[in-house]
Design a protein around this ligand. Structure first.
Ligand SMILES: [Zn+2]
Length: 410
């Protein structure tokens, strides 16, 4: 690791603080525009307030008490009235993979609010069988037109490996492509409304200061006007191109939307979950009923559920990397969200975390390292490079999180 002299590798607080209500800590970084960030970025993250609660819990409390959901639905209706087409042509883009949230968002918009969504899908790196089936069910049972885009797999594999090496985030280039693709489709189809489902706040990855708005500003999917100092996979673009003999065309799926293309358009990118009270569990039941959504046949590695983010074989590995870098694994993310939504209490969450937090993602591990073209030995070498000393200690042949909650120390 280049910056090994620092105690905290990613600029996160050296002292881990735990939320009193959920299981999150102050190590959870907020989402960023990946294109303007290299590996040396100082991350900002979830805040633990003076009352001992994290900002995500604060927002969840507010969701129950302060928000006037009737007023928000009215705002939604006004927005939709402004955009709804009279001739049945597409009037909104709904990005998704046929998971529970995109299923519910597209279905409600079409069948409850009379919109004409074009659903768009940016292919996962490695489709699971369940993911592919759910994608088809979404289209065939839910009843939607869909555009599926699959970027050049050879380039995707190179970028996954680079992002794993540089920032221990193999799906980071994919995530950026996923984010900008719907906007590009909106431009191409001349549609000025893009609707996501789940609100951004559910997993604590968004700065709560931004949650008073229903959606994303341009800064989320565009870059500075002069397009300098841009990164993909944590590397400067020119370096990446030289190293792998890639050209601009190869990298275009991973490139931000240009200002010129949107400046006269006023494209609105919103989350339906800001206007309507959203709960991941209810979205699941809704999509089972209306879009033929099926949960996985087995529990997802690293957590206790079997219906969230099950379409990409890389997802469990991604969450494992997140656990290594920030000490926050998928069980912690899932159970904290469920505490906030009132489905489980803290005691139950602790039991689940004791059992599954940090579990190694065995099921698709071989597929993922084959995709990146690396060996097991190489994988573990890299993993250990990214264990920040402020979180991890090597003791008696094991790595332990030394600032972990007493209840979860293994
Ligand atoms: Zn919390």
């Amino acid at each position: 690791m280049k910056n090994n002299n620092k105690y905290s590798l990613y600029g996160l607080p050296e002292k881990v603080q735990h939320c009193k209500k959920c299981l999150m800590t102050n190590q959870k970084p907020f989402s960023v525009n990946e294109m303007v960030h290299g590996k040396e970025i100082k991350k900002e993250g979830l805040i633990i307030h003076e009352d001992g609660l994290c900002s995500a819990c604060h927002y969840a409390d507010k969701k129950d008490i302060d928000i006037d959901w009737n007023a928000r639905e009215k705002l939604l209706e006004e927005l939709l009235d402004k955009h709804r087409s009279n001739d049945g042509s597409y009037d909104c883009v709904v990005p998704g993979s046929g998971g529970k949230d995109s299923g519910m968002a597209s279905h409600i918009l079409k069948y409850k609010y009379g919109m004409h969504p074009l659903t768009v899908t940016y292919s996962p790196l490695l489709y699971t069988n369940e993911g592919l089936k759910n994608m088809q069910n979404w289209i065939n049972t839910g009843g939607f037109d869909n555009v599926l885009f699959t970027p050049n797999g050879r380039v995707s594999r190179i970028l996954a490996k680079e992002a794993f090496d540089t920032i221990l985030h193999p799906i980071q280039p994919f995530k950026f492509g996923l984010k900008v693709f719907p906007i590009k489709m909106a431009i191409q189809y001349n549609i000025n409304l893009v609707f996501y489902g789940e609100p951004r706040s559910e997993y604590g990855s968004e700065d709560p200061k931004k949650l008073d708005k229903p959606g994303f500003g341009e800064e989320f999917y565009t870059v500075d006007k002069d397009y300098k100092d841009l990164y993909i996979a944590g590397l400067p673009i020119e370096e990446l191109k030289d190293k792998h003999k890639l050209n601009d065309n190869d990298l275009s799926p991973y490139s931000a939307v240009k200002f010129d293309e949107i400046k006269d358009k006023n494209i609105v990118v919103d989350n339906l979950g800001w206007y309507l009270k959203w709960d991941p569990q209810s979205a699941y039941y809704y999509s089972v009923e209306n879009c033929g959504f099926e949960p996985d046949t087995q529990r997802t590695d690293g957590t206790y559920g079997k219906y969230a983010s099950i379409d990409d074989k890389f997802d469990p590995l991604h969450y494992f990397c997140h656990y290594i870098k920030f000490g926050i694994g998928r069980t912690r993310l899932d159970s904290s969200q469920e505490i906030r939504n009132g489905h489980i209490d803290r005691e139950e969450a602790l039991l689940l975390a004791k059992q599954f937090e940090g579990e190694f993602p065995e099921r698709y591990f071989q597929d993922c390292i084959d995709y990146m073209g690396i060996s097991k030995e190489y994988f573990w070498e890299k993993i250990d490079e990214f264990r920040s000393p402020h979180l991890w200690t090597y003791k008696d042949g094991n790595w332990i999180l030394h600032q972990e909650l007493e209840e979860l120390k293994k």
